[in-house]
Write a protein that binds this ligand. Sequence first.
Ligand SMILES: *Cc1c(COP(=O)(O)O)cnc(C)c1O
Length: 418
Amino acid sequence: MKEHDGFMKALKCRECGREYPLTATHVCEFDFGPLEVVYDYDRIKKSLTRAAIQSRPQTMWRYRELLPVVNDPTVGLQAGFTPLVKADRLAKKLGIRELWIKNDTVNYPTLSFKDRVVSVALSRARELGFDTVACASTGNLANSVAANAASAGMKSYVFIPSDLEQGKIVNSLIYGAHVISIKGHYDEVNRLCAEIAGKFNWAFVNVNMRPYYAEGSKSMAYEIVEQLGWRLPQHTVVPMASGSLLTKIQKGYQEFVKLGLVAESEAAIHGAQATGCSPISVAQKAGLDFFRPVKPDTIAKSLAIGTPADGFYALKAMKETNGAADDITDDEIRDAIKLLAETEGIFAETAGGVTVGVARKLIDSGKIPRDDSAVLCVTGNGLKTLDAVAGHVGKPCEIKPSLREFEALLAHEEKVNA
Ligand SMILES: *Cc1c(COP(=O)(O)O)cnc(C)c1O
């Protein structure tokens, strides 16, 4: 254990277990397996107690021993510790005893769960001496890289598919990022970024920095456990794009058990996709260990990855925890967005609709028993995907500024509703 590695030990290949130094690299040279950060849990156990955690500021960095930076973080210090909302009205509608929403629609600073991964990736990139950061994105990652790079005084290049929602594009441009729009699907954007990363000495948060970046997702699991009063949820429903978040929720729960911060209990992790891009859920439902790549066609653009990098490991995580997966149509996504908004006052983007709608399906099919308790990960804000629901939410009633007209309107509504 070298002093300058902090609580990290090494990067380790998920396939063959070979170890690598903690640099900006992400694949094993021998079998091309993905690299993952491994930690010195004996050392972490000495300082990361429940009391220590509770004494720290309410951000994701209260679990800093389990996040892959050596020194104090310098980017994204306010990210995380979003509300865990007890959703009794939605629970009633879905027919389940106990339901919680992990509400990352209000994450800081760019209103999605990506603020977690980016604060880690950029803090680590700075430690490693990079001044330029980049990413391949389905939208939210680009927003978060652009905003966090701006506030850290770093240069950023964000690469997106050209068919993204206007809200996601403006939310990257506003921060002065170099926004490169690629005529193609995310998988083509990602392939180009792998080539660029090989040529330029930039920190690509989800390419050469991926092992560090992905660890940021674990903070969502830690917060859920702490906010539930130090217990594991019986069920967690997680939206899947690359599948990374789902695998890191499992890792986060496992680490808390290993460190003695929470008692071990059954915690099923379920995956949610849109039917128009459902390679992982289709494989899970067929009982397969491998997915077949698809061409995305769905309004859930933030989840539109046809060749999910962590799809294989997401399938494994669901299998190990007795979780299930399912997918819903674009119309069902819109209905679920409305249902969440009308019952809990939370306006989620399309990915949130996917999570809520798939949870409903899993409850109806008995895969989440009605007597159990579940947490739904709602990962992005509806204000960024207005296009997805505009035209499906009705219209305001327009009147002249006159009391008579207003009373006539009320009388008319009463008649219609009678
Ligand atoms: C990126 C993203 C996800 C999940 O991404 P993974 O690649 O599976 O980790 C979920 N929801 C939203 C809103 C996202 O932007």
